[in-house]
Design a protein around this ligand. Sequence first.
Ligand SMILES: *Cc1c(COP(=O)(O)O)cnc(C)c1O
Length: 400
Amino acid sequence: MAKMNPCFLDLKENYLFKEISKQVNAYTSAHPDNKIIKMGIGDVTQPLAPVVIEAMKKAVDEMGRKETFRGYEDSGQGYGFLREAVKGYYEKRGVSLDCGEIFISDGAKSDSGNINDIFDSSCTVLVTDPAYPVYVDSNTMGGKTIKYADSTPENGFAAMPPEYPADLIYLCSPNNPTGSVYTREQLKKWVDYALKNKAVIVFDAAYEAFITDPELPRSIFEIEGSRECAIEICSLSKTAGFTGTRCGYTIVPEELMFYAPDGSCHSVRKIWARRQGSKFNGVSYPVQRAAEAVFTDEGIRQCAEIIKYYLDNAAIMIKTFRKLNISYTGGTNSPYIWFRCPDGMGSWDFFHKLLNEAEVVGTPGEGFGKNGEGWFRMTAFGSREKTVEAMERLEKMLSK
Ligand SMILES: *Cc1c(COP(=O)(O)O)cnc(C)c1O
């Protein structure tokens, strides 16, 4: 008899996005002439940059010619040209990596979910609350014990290390959903905590390209001691609009070690390479060429222009929240704005009010964890026109 992995029974129903679409569908059938604006989606809306399209087309043509056709890629870690490009991207910020430490992936969601494969189920996992749901779900599937570090208004929704120890730590900065960004000093505290506990930090840097403040770290490897305790997971999804194209990369430093239950010491990089070699066959060649183009000077320039478009949306949103005297985090160095629901409303009450009175859809904060209760997430990924219109409607609704 094929028995199921019982850990899957411990997963919480993915109630948040189901409930949102149920409510929106009910509203749209009752109001067929609605003008709903969606400010809830964590997906980009602007097309791929011209350099990316050009590189992808060229690579597709190569695949159609006998002399330049490519089959399976040898290394399984990604083509050398792309790993060199990622290495160069980090070098610009003073972080030096070896190509062997870079693993090309089909995105940050897969790797942040899959990484728990190589850690023992006895590990205590520390996740910030609120958080991107993948960390909790994947570790629940892996049968691990999960503890929470609280992100609260008092710490600017940037959780700091707890008093108790943990073995595997998930951090996300700039944060989804709260938009908070760790400073160097704060990240150093996490690195020190991890080193003290012989723990590993999984650092999700999916939004690093939104950091415009040069004082803020874009990679955990800008922090001293991090090569002995951290893995960085990154993605081209938000950096370059690759949500539908699929490409990311994970960095596992050579120095990073962990222990087997028998006490033997192993390289995390080698074990991750072994895991990927067995369960993953790489990213398509045209996509890797497209990703390579993102890291050229012209690619960085074109992608920065698109990111600026989103950040300008966020600035418009912030102006509205300031004017309305609503407390918020994010919106600078991040595409997310996380704000307290007005008049002490609960997340879902505010969701309903916003949908029914302003025809604007956002994401109730409690869907990301208990500390999100009474808070709300809006994204800056929409068009300029719709962002402006949504803010006008919000203002009108709240000044009634
Ligand atoms: C969007 C996002 C990702 C990126 O996921 P991909 O699988 O690369 O598209 C990773 N982490 C967080 C926190 C995100 O919001």
